[in-house]
Design a protein around this ligand. Structure first.
Ligand SMILES: *Cc1c(COP(=O)(O)O)cnc(C)c1O
Ligand SMILES: [Zn+2]
Length: 455
């Protein structure tokens, strides 16, 4: 099958992101996997185009055949008494499957072998609040480093895995900035799939080892993430990729839905309340757009009160195409060549950039960025105030939160949730130079006394 060239109006020349709309690849109809009517993905009723609204049957496709816009999952969501739905959710398992009635998964999903991610801690961060000048009791960190492979990616992979099962794929794959490769490797191992994942060859050691240890094939590509993604788009359109489910490309509509569970959990953990403000990292922008989708669903279902909320996007200055567009007042995102320690967010041409801009503007949020030194400072600030060791992406959100408060854009008197999406153990290099033994002594009390550490 020849590789078709398609273009999405809203994301011209997009070849980037952990989850691209795949403009240089095919529209994603896998050669072998069918779209048969018996596909059971629970309340998912089809795929709908974000640009033109055309409806498609559930299948491993990701771009609209009419206008090449990105597809997203449409639902027949549960109707009726919100109290009954709330009780069903609350009596569900302590993982994302408590929200199975709102996700593109079969009702018996919890019985299938998967990593059962989610239900991570929402930490009331009073010490950090004090440092940032936020009112006590109003600042929370949603700590997704507690997921099985220590990043939020387990949430999205779990959805893609169900879609892969439904469509009969036998190999799980992805283009990754690091965390996704590990999440796919682990999920595939547990579910009995083959995995073959692609990463830029120069990632952090923690990410590489984490991706390799689960025993699947791990391919380092000599190039940037954008090159990796372009390669994967080509592979999907080629017989070489037959039977492969790329979680963030041809399974991307399903994958994206996993980020809704962050919105659900945050609201449930706040006692079924919307936060007033959220600070969310942006790589491809998928997570931010789906958090918005999840919040809107909760309002529609009557599970939370309908009131305004603001979503703020966070990027590293060394890869800040969305923040730059936001500040310039543009609707289109100009691609950048990433150069930042926040490698998990280093996507120069984010597929969902235009939608992120729309959400930030529509909700009254903003998109801001912090440089590498501020990222390191913020990692250490979160660690010393709350005992949470975030990866660089968490440094980005905490650093941006501080900057937004200083700029008067984020209201310190309102309930604010800051996302930490990954684990600091995977990005040790960022803080290693400034995080070493404070002193080294001989094993004697005299030496200890002389070091002045007593008392
Ligand atoms: C992938 C990733 C994100 C967000 O990715 P999106 O492509 O914007 O959904 C955020 N933080 C970490 C640590 C990640 O690995
Ligand atoms: Zn369309």
């Amino acid at each position: 099958m020849a590789v078709q060239t398609v273009a999405t109006p809203s994301t011209p020349a997009d070849t980037s992101s952990e989850g691209s709309t795949g403009s240089t690849g095919s529209t994603g109809t896998a050669p072998s996997a069918g779209t048969d009517a018996a596909v059971d993905l629970g309340p998912a009723s089809g795929l709908t185009c974000r640009e033109c609204g055309t409806l498609f049957p559930l299948g491993p496709i990701f771009a609209c055949a009419e206008c090449f816009g990105p597809l997203e999952v449409a639902y027949d969501l549960p109707e009726g008494d919100p109290e009954a739905l709330r009780r069903t959710i609350e009596s569900g398992p302590a993982n994302i499957w408590r929200y199975a009635p709102l996700l593109p998964v079969p009702a018996d999903v919890a019985d299938k072998p998967n990593l059962n991610p989610g239900w991570t801690k929402l930490v009331q961060a009073d010490n950090l609040a004090r440092e940032l000048g936020v009112e006590q009791g109003k600042l929370f960190v949603k700590d997704d480093s507690g997921n099985p492979t220590h990043s939020f990616k387990d949430r999205v992979v779990a959805q893609a895995l169900e879609a892969a099962r439904a469509f009969g794929f036998t190999t799980l794959s992805c283009s990754s900035t690091g965390n996704l490769a590990g999440a796919v490797g682990a999920a595939a191992a547990r579910a009995g799939f083959r995995s073959c994942v692609f990463i830029p060859h120069d990632l952090e050691q923690g990410k590489v080892v984490m991706a390799a240890v689960y025993g699947g094939d791990l391919v380092g590509i000599e190039g940037t993430y954008d090159d990796v993604n372009r390669f994967c788009s080509e592979l999907i359109g080629d017989p070489l990729g037959e039977g492969w489910g790329f979680v963030n490309v041809n399974l991307r509509p399903y994958y994206g839905e996993g980020s809704k569970t962050l919105a659900y959990e945050i609201c449930e953990q706040l006692g079924w309340q919307l936060p007033d403000q959220l600070v969310v990292p942006i790589a491809s922008g998928s997570q931010l757009t789906k958090i918005d989708k999840g919040l809107k669903e909760l309002i529609k279902l009557g599970l939370v009160e309908d009131k305004p909320y603001k979503i703020f996007g966070a990027q590293a200055t060394g890869c800040s195409p969305v923040a730059a567009a936001y500040k310039a007042g543009h609707d289109v995102v100009r691609p950048q060549k990433p150069d930042t320690i926040a490698k998990s967010l280093a996507i120069g041409n984010p597929a969902d950039g235009p939608y992120v801009l729309d959400i930030a503007r529509r909700t009254g949020g903003a998109v801001e960025d912090v440089d590498d030194a501020q990222i390191v400072d913020a990692i250490k600030l979160l660690a010393r105030t709350e005992g949470i060791f975030a990866e660089t992406a968490g440094g980005v959100t905490v650093g941006v939160t501080r900057k937004l408060i200083e700029a008067g854009l984020l209201d310190p008197s309102l309930t604010t949730v800051v996302l930490n999406t990954g684990d600091g153990l995977k990005t040790l290099d960022a803080v290693a130079p400034t995080s070493q033994a404070t002193t080294t002594i001989r094993p004697s009390l005299d030496a200890f006394r002389a070091a002045g550490l007593a008392g």
